[in-house]
Design a protein around this ligand. Structure first.
Ligand code: GTR
Length: 339
């Protein structure tokens, strides 16, 4: 399905078009000032590793072009949710966007693969797979939807947190209302565990926890911390159920206006920001964990990861259907043991 059609079906395109207009206004103002700064969006705050990685990419671009190419990032979700800003990016109202793979799942089926529960054994396994031709193939799959996939960033492992009790077994989740990103794959994962899934954007999660609209959510340590979700939902249960990456995309409309040499500069600077991101990511996970343990968050390992993996396995059958998806899963699994 084309991305515009998908968003139209979701009833979002009118709002998206309005937002695109607003973003295009910012873009024009920005362009007038700097000549060529790319306007980029991120849902996370300015010091979050995805944002500082794009800052590093901007620094590399400036250095390599005497300031001719640059990026201006609007952090903290100022320009809207990932789903809305993705739509704007496709329309060309935004040049770049750093998002999770989740909002792309409904648009491009191969993006569901790295988000499958218990596919990657570790962060290293994920990095190895996405550094290979598998990663290039998933990035390239976005082109037909009006997006140029520039690179993947880390997002660590996602774990469950809630306001009620520690989760040791899938049975502990029965009936809990768990927030998920806007992705059918995530909805299916939560249902498979016997809980109720509530899709919403991450910006709404804190309030929803406070008001009891949801009992919990799932995310990595840095997001659990930066969204202040730990203040309300103090049980953090280490399920490690998803190790999906973040992705940095560029609007194809903007990309097509660059000459080949500048396209190559943009792609290279994005790739060169990845090691910087990874080092910062590891440090951010450690810092968030230390801070939250000191703040009194109650952390537990789940009793039996196999029980969670088994309960979520039917999700694979539902989402791994095409030959390409099956091949990618096989290739990724074959890389699990490589050192
Ligand atoms: C975070 C990710 C965000 C967003 C968020 C979510 O880990 O960095 O891009 O997808 O999760 O759960 O919505």
């Amino acid at each position: 399905m084309r991305i515009a059609e998908h968003f139209a079906r979701e009833g979002l395109s009118r709002r998206g078009i309005l937002l695109a207009g607003a973003a295009a206004g910012v873009l024009t103002a920005c362009g007038a000032r700097t000549g060529r700064a790319f306007l980029s969006s991120d849902t996370h705050p300015a010091d979050y590793p995805t944002v500082t990685a794009v800052d590093e990419m901007a620094r590399l671009l400036r250095e390599r072009t005497d300031g001719r190419l640059d990026i201006k990032t609007y952090a903290g979700g100022q320009l809207g949710s990932e789903r809305d800003t993705l739509e704007i990016t496709v329309f060309g109202g935004l040049d770049m966007n750093r998002v999770n793979l989740a909002p792309l799942n409904a648009i491009e089926p191969v993006t569901t693969i790295p988000a499958l529960p218990f596919l990657f054994r570790s962060n290293e396994h994920m990095r190895r797979a996405l550094d290979s031709s598998i990663g290039d193939e998933i990035l390239a799959s976005l082109t037909k939807h009006g997006l140029i996939g520039l690179c993947f960033y880390d997002s660590g492992d996602r774990n469950f947190y809630n306001t009620k009790r520690p989760i040791y077994t899938p049975a502990d989740m029965k009936g809990m209302k768990i927030r998920v990103p806007n992705s059918d794959l995530y909805v299916s994962m939560i249902k498979a565990l016997g809980a109720d899934a509530t899709p919403m954007s991450i910006a709404e999660v804190y309030q929803a926890l406070v008001q009891g609209v949801i009992d919990g959510a799932e995310n990595n340590w840095p997001s659990y911390e930066s969204g202040r979700h730990f203040e309300v939902a103090s049980y953090y249960s280490l399920s490690h159920h998803v190790i999906a990456p973040e992705v940095l995309v560029m609007s194809k409309r903007r990309w097509d206006k660059l000459d080949k040499a500048d396209q190559e500069r943009v792609r290279q600077a994005a790739k060169d920001s990845v090691p910087f991101m990874r080092a910062n990511w590891d440090a951010a996970v450690d810092a968030a964990r230390t801070k939250l343990l000191a703040a009194g968050v109650k952390v537990n390992e789940i009793a039996d990861p196999v029980a969670f993996a088994a309960a979520m396995r039917p999700v694979w059958d539902k989402y791994v259907v095409s030959d390409d998806q099956k091949r990618l899963v096989k290739q990724i699994e074959a890389m699990a043991e490589e050192g």
